[in-house]
Design a protein. Sequence first.
Length: 180
Amino acid sequence: MCGFVLWFTGLPAAGKTTIGEIVAPQLENRGCVVDVLDGDVMRTHFSKGLGYSKRDRDTNIAHIGWVASRLSRAGVAVVVSAISPYEEGRRYARSLVEIHASFVEVHVATPLEECARRDPKGLYVRAFAGELANFTGVSAPYEEPRAPELRLDTSGTTPMESATTVLARLEELNLVRAPG
């Protein structure tokens, strides 16, 4: 078992990284070798210099998809947390992974108002004021996944409850075993 990509997508501050940070050690506890690819971290180290145009966002997602495909091919459970706002970019990442491993798309479908309320970086306030161009969900589009393997609205659940739902879905897909 293991050797799959768990791809969290959603608006900024939807809860992607938080849920992924809970799921990753749970996967390790179930015997998986795990790597975490966070969109912000990947931009800092692997996609440095890219902006937030559609082209740059697609390039960033292609980079993350390629790295995830290589790791999953080697048997790693890869947890990706990236806004990945465009369906085409997510579809391309999936195509890279599915040559050798399973791709599980989790749409963290938290409403815009809730994301803005919980925003730890204060970016939504700046975006609503027109200070940030190309901000996903405000001045740039977010294309919701049409058929993700799992859709989560985190506005009514705790991150731990959401992580438990994700792990249960991975069990249903026979990608991990139940604990014990």
